[in-house]
Design a protein around this ligand. Structure first.
Ligand SMILES: Cc1ncc(COP(=O)(O)O)c(C=O)c1O
Length: 383
């Protein structure tokens, strides 16, 4: 019998809820993927590069044209210019970036601070590398960071901290003060930062995403992990990147080299051309703000409680004032009876803490959101 390296892992909640949504014919606001198509210009570019036979292995760290345009984007959006050759690596999705960064850094017995609720790929990568996840809870409510708790969690064994802004599942976006507090806490220590910034272009209400890489001191110890899939509504393409200083990128690439070696070639060429027009990513916040506003307006007409999301394409909603049932139970009932699927956020906690909060993905067409909201107005009928 094979002894499992991840004995506590089952099927992810996203697979479970998406399947349930499909079986029940429910509107799927559970899994985080857009319900609309990508820009036809981008699709045409992919078609062009596949037809022109850009179909063999790309260079291990990415095609230079994409590394270059990504470095320029970082300069434009975050005010620093990474070296395209030695500091920018193109990978097969942010999940790969996070895995390679954790693997590059974590040795047996190292502690890694994880702020929770947390995206589910962090802990398995830490565990596979024989590290120890040390969980620090975010403030229930707005899910801001409690810096005193982070400070208290740091020990001489702390090797890394994983941060995520804009945050999944809460939508919380870090302020400059959060970035400065992190810098202060880990200055003079050999603690690395793995910064999951896949929702970098999805922020609202004039809030701006501040990359951890934009802080000069933090930059020296940070792996910034991004996802083109999230930015351009093509999550199925699984293409992302890691920006890290030369010495960190060198170790990162040693892992990446033997995880995937390189990333899908024609899509790299297509993105390199597409990203030359900054408006294609600078217009994303406005695009999603309309969806956030529409969904929040409709949600205000339901009995659910919420603070409007400030980033990502997720909206949390609380229901503890309506019923005592678990968030799992509510998510299941909503899927089967109301025909709207969501995610119970207890799954984002290591101890499955139930704050009576559920998560909706609003990256959907307005008519789909409208129908979901109409059903959510009848929530009390299933409680
Ligand atoms: C916070 C967070 N990080 C990483 C990922 C994975 O990104 P990718 O699809 O590029 O691997 C997701 C996808 O849902 C996410 O929500």
């Amino acid at each position: 019998m094979l002894s499992s390296k991840l004995p506590n892992l089952g099927t992810t909640i996203f697979t479970i809820m998406s399947k349930m949504a499909q079986d029940e014919g429910a509107i799927n606001l559970s899994q985080g993927f857009p319900g609309f198509g990508a820009d036809p210009v981008l699709l045409e570019l992919v078609a062009k590069y596949t037809k022109e036979n850009y179909n063999q292995y790309a260079p291990m760290s990415g095609i230079p044209a994409l590394q270059e345009v990504l470095a320029s984007k970082t300069h434009l959006c975050q005010g620093y210019l990474p070296d395209m050759e030695s500091e920018v690596t193109i990978v097969s999705g942010a999940t790969e970036a996070i895995f390679c960064a954790i693997t590059a850094v974590v040795q047996e017995g190292d502690e890694v601070i994880v702020l929770e609720p947390a995206y589910d790929s962090y802990d398995p990568a830490i565990t596979l590398n024989k590290g120890i996840s040390v969980y620090v809870p975010l403030n229930v409510g707005d899910f801001s960071v409690d810096w005193q708790k982070v400070k208290d969690a740091i020990t001489s064994n702390t090797k890394a901290i994983i941060v995520n802004t804009p945050h999944n599942p809460s939508g919380f976006v870090w302020s400059a003060s959060d970035v400065n507090q992190l810098a202060e806490l880990i200055q003079d220590r050999e603690i690395y930062v793995i910064s999951d910034e896949v929702y970098e272009h999805i922020t609202f209400d004039e809030k701006k995403h501040i990359s951890i890489g934009s802080h000069p001191e933090l930059r020296a110890k940070t792996f910034v992990c991004g996802s083109f899939g999230k930015t351009f509504h093509v999550t199925g393409w699984k293409i992302g990147y890691c920006i890290a200083p030369k010495d960190l990128s060198k170790e990162f690439r040693k892992v990446h080299q033997y995880v995937t070696f390189s990333t899908v070639t024609p899509i790299q060429f297509a993105l390199a051309e597409y990203l030359k027009v900054p408006d294609r990513y600078l217009s994303i916040p406005d695009f999603y703000q309309k969806k956030r506003d529409f969904f929040a307006k409709g949600l205000a007409e339901t009995k659910l409680g919420f603070i409007p999301s400030t980033g990502s394409f997720f909206q949390l909603a609380s229901y503890g004032h309506l019923t005592d049932i678990s968030d799992w139970e509510l998510a299941e009932r909503m899927t089967r009876k109301l025909k709207v699927a969501c995610i119970p956020i207890s799954v984002f906690y290591s101890d499955k803490k139930d704050d009576k909060i559920i998560r909706f993905c609003f990256a959907k067409e307005e008519k789909e959101l409208e129908l979901a909201l109409e059903r959510l107005r009848k929530l009390e009928s299933i409680l």
